[in-house]
Ligand binder design. Structure first.
Ligand code: CA2
Length: 143
């Protein structure tokens, strides 16, 4: 069975515990459950990984390339706006990656309006909450 990797960056382990007005009240574990169910509908499996460390995210991406993961949904969180290294890792991976943000980054502070990673992704979904991950999975599974 094919696998979609779900990669979540720094502080997303705090989902549901702070800032519910921005990110909702569901937790990262709730997100994983929801995406497992979506994967079953799509006849896929998911590999789900979150880290607060840039290098661990980059290592995981390379590991997924080597293990034959077919596509990735990425919420790079704060690294979206800062990380040349994460961008380079995506570009080097040759994997189809869709960038997802729970919040609407273009309605927020100007520093969130720039994504270093978006140009090397297939597309970007922002502001649709957890549903954005499901939409990205559906796109990647059906393309
Ligand atoms: O909207 C998103 O998904 C973001 O990627 C989330 C990042 C933020 O830096 C991006 O600009 C947009 C922040 C993730 C931190 O998530 C928290 C969740 C709950 C409590 C505190 C932080």
């Amino acid at each position: 069975m094919k696998t979609i990797g779900i990669l979540n960056g720094p502080n997303l382990d705090r989902l549901g515990k702070r800032e519910p007005e921005v990110y909702g009240s569901e937790t990262l574990a709730d997100l994983e459950e929801r995406l497992k169910a979506k994967a079953t509908d799509l006849d896929y499996e998911i590999a789900f990984f979150q880290s607060n460390h840039e290098g661990e995210l980059i290592d995981k991406l390379a590991e997924w390339v080597d293990s034959g993961v077919s596509a990735v949904v990425l919420n790079g969180a704060g690294l979206t706006h800062t990380s040349v290294a994460l961008r380079d890792a995506i570009a080097a991976s040759d994997l189809p990656v869709v960038e997802v943000h729970i919040s609407h980054i273009y309605q927020r502070e100007p520093f969130r309006h720039t994504s270093l990673t978006a140009p090397v992704c297939k597309g970007v979904i922002s502001g649709l909450g957890f549903y954005g991950y499901e939409a990205a999975m559906e796109f990647l599974a059906k393309r």
